[in-house]
Design a protein around this ligand. Structure first.
Ligand code: GLU
Length: 490
């Protein structure tokens, strides 16, 4: 048998040591789109598993039948694969499905009952509330602790919380102490006999021989209860690490109602997986050195749970976009073109797919690559090349064509571009010279030309765009704009 691997032996105080083989897990509930916070937690686990030669177990906690949907499970698996966590890697194990282990959860509950550390209670939820009100103390008051009830329909099984203090040693939070008198005798089995989340989660972690539980901070309040369950089931608790919550600009916890939290959505908008991964890792942690933009290999080498900050981490969309732009610029041209393909070939592109010309796009690609922060911005940047009649932005048209000499300028440009050398420097110099005649700087002179040809006031460099569009099509659009502006074609 291979010798057990210790996690970062020597770098931690004795209390985080465990001689179990390193087994981490990620245990999402498939109740919605895959949340960026979940992705961050998964990556933290993944980085440790890869560096230390441990195992990353994926366990789908699918016991909430009312809220789980199979497509959410597939969404999680796909999104994890997108950020590099998949069964193709030797450190990956699973997915396991919690719903298939209900018998083991119930058996564990029965063991706790036999051992006297759990007992049945027949109070209804309302009765528990009424008693709490009368007691002036929230929560269940231990009413059935000594009533000796046996299992029966409608009876819940509760854990007998011992007196004293529960100390949770947490790699991120340090030592967190919980007064047991504030912890009610919590439910293990519902009145219909089905296991509660807390129990299922612990039993699965024990069965799967999990050595380290690295998860979101929102689970910290569950941890003393879970630690008691580990002990009651006769197994030393794992090493805990609770990583900070993600907050939005208003410092409110990221929520799927308020904020864009779905990993799938970022992917659909053209965030690159590598940039996303790098950014997610920095939510609560920073690599050593003067840049946060580091490859995954550096993350794996550098990441340490004890360096994770425990204050809330700001999910900064601007910073994520800046990371993404950098990752886009770092792609080779071929890789960039390939990454754009799903966006250019999507069913909802504004142009007729038969008019898409990959050679023209490849020529435009270097200009687009340095200008976009997300890949989906490429489509509106190049659409004028493949649309027969690019829609004109009315406000921009009126503004640029309404200027004092815009129509005259346009007529002159049409005449000059009829014979100019079709090359970007020549086109630029031609326009510059014509603009000078009207005391217009190049930028101002470009505006009506750009709107006429692309329909918009902003876009990729103009003269390169004209070269790609070709003389005939450029002239046709300039003529059309002139007509539209109400002048006689020159
Ligand atoms: N299934 C729980 C969740 O998605 C995770 C529990 C855990 O990591 O222990 O929030």
């Amino acid at each position: 048998m291979a010798s057990p691997r210790l996690y970062s032996l020597g770098r931690y105080p004795a209390w985080v040591m465990t001689d179990r083989p390193l087994r981490l897990r990620f245990a999402p509930s498939p109740t919605g789109f895959f949340h960026v916070g979940g992705a961050r937690t998964a990556l933290y686990n993944w980085a440790i598993a890869q560096r230390e030669g441990g195992t990353f177990v994926l366990r789908i906690e699918d016991t909430d039948e009312a809220r789980n949907q199979p497509e959410w499970t597939q969404g999680i698996i796909d999104a994890l694969a997108w950020i590099g966590i998949s069964s193709g890697d030797e450190h990956f194990e699973g997915p396991y499905f919690q719903s298939t282990y209900a018998e083991a959860h119930i058996a564990a509950a029965e063991r706790l009952y036999e051992a006297g550390v759990a007992y049945y209670c027949d109070l209804t939820g309302d009765e528990v509330q009424e008693r709490a009100k009368a007691n002036g103390k929230p929560g269940y008051d231990g009413y059935s602790r000594d009533r000796g009830l046996e299992a029966g329909p409608g009876r819940v099984l509760r854990f007998r919380v011992p007196e004293g203090t529960t100390i949770v040693h947490d790699l991120v939070r340090g030592e967190v102490s919980f007064d047991n008198s504030n912890i009610e005798d919590f439910v293990l089995l519902r009145g219909n006999g089905s296991p509660m989340f807390l129990l299922a989660n612990v039993v699965d972690d024990i069965t799967m021989r999990i050595s380290h539980v690295v998860r979101a901070e929102e689970h910290l309040p569950n941890t003393p209860k879970q630690q008691m369950l580990w002990n009651a089931l006769g197994v030393d608790p794992p090493v805990w690490a609770h990583v900070p919550v993600l907050v939005n600009e208003q410092r409110k916890k990221l929520s799927k109602r308020r904020d864009k939290v779905a990993v799938e959505q970022y992917r659909a908008e053209g965030f690159l997986a590598d940039g996303m991964v790098n950014y997610l890792m920095t939510l609560g942690w920073a690599p050593s050195g003067d840049t946060e933009i580091v490859p995954w290999s550096r993350v794996v080498a550098d990441f340490r749970l004890e360096d994770v900050n425990h204050s809330p981490a700001f999910f900064d969309l601007k910073k994520l976009s800046a990371f993404n732009a950098e990752y886009i610029r770092a792609l080779s041209l071929d890789a960039f073109i390939e990454a754009c393909a799903p966006f250019l070939l999507a069913p909802d592109v504004p142009w007729n797919p038969e008019h898409f010309n990959p050679v023209v796009f490849s020529a435009m690609a270097p200009l687009a690559q340095t200008r976009v922060t997300r890949l989906d911005e490429v489509v509106p940047m190049v659409d004028f090349l493949f649309l027969v009649e690019p829609p004109i932005d009315e406000a921009a048209f009126t503004k640029t064509m309404g200027g004092p000499n815009a129509r005259e300028l346009l007529s002159e440009v049409i005449a000059a571009y009829g014979t100019a050398e079709w090359e970007h420097e020549a086109l630029k110099e031609t326009l510059e010279a014509i603009g000078e005649g009207y005391q217009l700087k190049l930028g101002k002179a470009q505006a009506p030309i750009r709107v006429a040809v692309t329909g918009r006031t902003v876009g990729p460099p103009l003269f390169e765009s004209l070269v790609l569009l070709g003389r005939d099509e450029t002239l046709r659009r300039l003529q059309a704009a002139l007509q539209r502006a109400g002048a006689t074609p020159g």
